[in-house]
Design a protein around this ligand. Structure first.
Ligand SMILES: *Cc1c(COP(=O)(O)O)cnc(C)c1O
Length: 217
């Protein structure tokens, strides 16, 4: 099936209250335009410079979401246009986003990435670090970032029980803070596990290969 058929079918099967971020990392503009031309406007990238290049070349009504680990010295390149950063995984990164957003007179929406997977390689805060950040005096003073929810990635495994447990854990953390901080976004689920994530309360899924096909790195 083509990209346009894939994305249309995927969205037809998605519950109405779940947002799709079409993860276009490594994919050429021509293929992303095929998805765009079906009416889709939300795309996710995991490298700042690749996202910036695509933003420059593509229609300006696209919402670009950053979903990958961000180095602080790269924040300035996306501050003028990024619409949601899913992957804020440290206090220092949030501070830098606030600083760069201020320079361009924007308020940038962010999610805190929570580490729920068992692998060491996955970035993210643990629950206590996230709570501490949200309660910190520094955070209260940031006027150019808005933390609107949480993001997490489950362990890459065939064990659906384990994936369920990890998403359940993130949902519990989300529920325990969402009223205090007016959270609206729980970003969990990728091509291999989005249906489990939705079952556990995800309302924004990040899906790449199920739409664009496998990536060749
Ligand atoms: C690449 C990526 C995705 C999408 O992965 P697929 O398995 O291709 O759907 C989702 N989230 C993050 C953080 C990613 O880096």
């Amino acid at each position: 099936m083509s990209v346009s058929e894939n994305i249309k079918e995927f969205k037809n099967n998605l519950p109405e209250d779940v947002t799709l971020v079409a993860v276009s990392k490594t994919k050429p503009v021509s293929e992303i335009m095929e998805a765009y031309n079906t009416g889709h406007r939300i795309f996710g990238e995991n490298k700042v410079q690749e996202m910036e290049a695509k933003w420059e070349e593509m229609p300006k009504d696209i919402e670009w979401h950053m979903i990958g680990h961000v180095q602080r010295n790269k924040v300035k390149y996306m501050a003028p246009f990024v619409s949601l950063i899913h992957s804020v995984d440290s206090k220092r990164l949030l501070k830098e986003v606030n600083k760069q957003a201020k320079k361009v007179d924007r308020v940038i929406d962010c999610l805190l990435q929570i580490k729920i997977a068992e692998e060491d390689s996955k970035f993210g805060l643990d629950k206590n670090e996230a709570l501490e950040l949200l309660a910190s005096e520094a955070f209260q003073k940031y006027e150019n970032v808005r933390v609107i929810g949480l993001m997490g990635m489950a362990t890459f495994t065939d064990n659906e029980n384990q994936i369920s447990e990890e998403f359940k854990k993130l949902k519990q953390i989300y529920d325990s803070v969402k009223d205090d901080y007016n959270f609206t976004h729980l970003s969990m689920g990728m091509s291999g596990d989005y249906s489990i994530a939705i079952k556990h309360g995800s309302n924004i899924v990040r899906v790449g290969s199920a739409i664009f096909g496998e990536r060749n790195y």
